[in-house]
Design a protein around this ligand. Sequence first.
Ligand code: SF4
Length: 351
Amino acid sequence: MTVTRRNLLKGAAAATAVATASASSVQARASSDDWQPAYRKLADQGLLDERIEAIAAHYDQCRLCPHQCGVNRNARETGLCEAGARVRIYSHTPHFGEELPLVGRRGSGTIFFSHCNLRCVFCQNWPIAHEGRGRLVNDRELADMMIDLQRRGCHNINFVTPTHVLPNIVQAVGRAARRGLRIPLVYNTSGYERVEVVRLLDGIIDIYLPDLKFMDGAHSQRLAMERAGDYPAMAKAAILEMHRQVGTLVTDERGNALRGLMIRHLVMPNEVAGTREFVAWVAENLPLDTYVNIMPQWRVEHHAFEHEDIARGITVGEFLDAMDWAREAGLTNLDERAVAAEQVYRQRLGS
Ligand code: SF4
């Protein structure tokens, strides 16, 4: 049986209640009454502005990501990500397709940034990431979007593909904080990060949501960008730094995420993503209750059909193997929707 979007969504929806009742692990809880987002604490200490300046300086000679192009984006030069010094945004909206601790009842306030510094051949957002579709906005308008998402009741601000526009993001966060922004910030990244830059986000970001897509640099070089053969090393180092800053996931009394690390891993056909190695790495390097989302929603998108080993859907067996490996490695905090999908497939297979 192949995992299709239709049977996955149908099965996961049917089993959501079951999964909620039998989630692999309970998150650490904190009271939302006395909780403050990281950036507000940094602002209270008078340190937010100098951090913003340090990050903004990167546009003069851009080394924001491992490509380290060194271009002057303030002088309209562009590097491999093709982004300029003004941010381009595809959409800002409450989103209900993210992990349940981010979605809650009123959605995750996602802001989708155009362009990307990794550009995988199988990208599901390729019109935004590869073609740069979206509209240019200034930092004041970006701050307006954050305030608007908070006003609409979103539980967090979720920056999707933020790495290459960090200066705009932090400057807008500074503005929005002065105007009363008080919900957590989610850094939703491909994982292709420089650890030196992630360190600058210490005390600004509350929730890190990185992918760990490839465990073999030959695959990231072939299926992402040619210069991204160092993806596994860069992503692993960045994730360890993210965990150092925010620890494992903490939620409020309603189960909404407040702070912590949540890792995503998309299962690919023919073990191209290195799932067995991925779960072993998490188990060896992070607490066993690290939140891990083993995602079954692989689709043959964009140029994936040109690569024989990934030009098909994943099978149910491949997804169930991935969940088995995660448990065998000792991981105890697996995403509820993934567990729900797993339960449905096991019931159908009678196993
Ligand atoms: S963010 Fe863009 S310009 Fe800057 S180093 Fe990365 S790819 Fe190059």
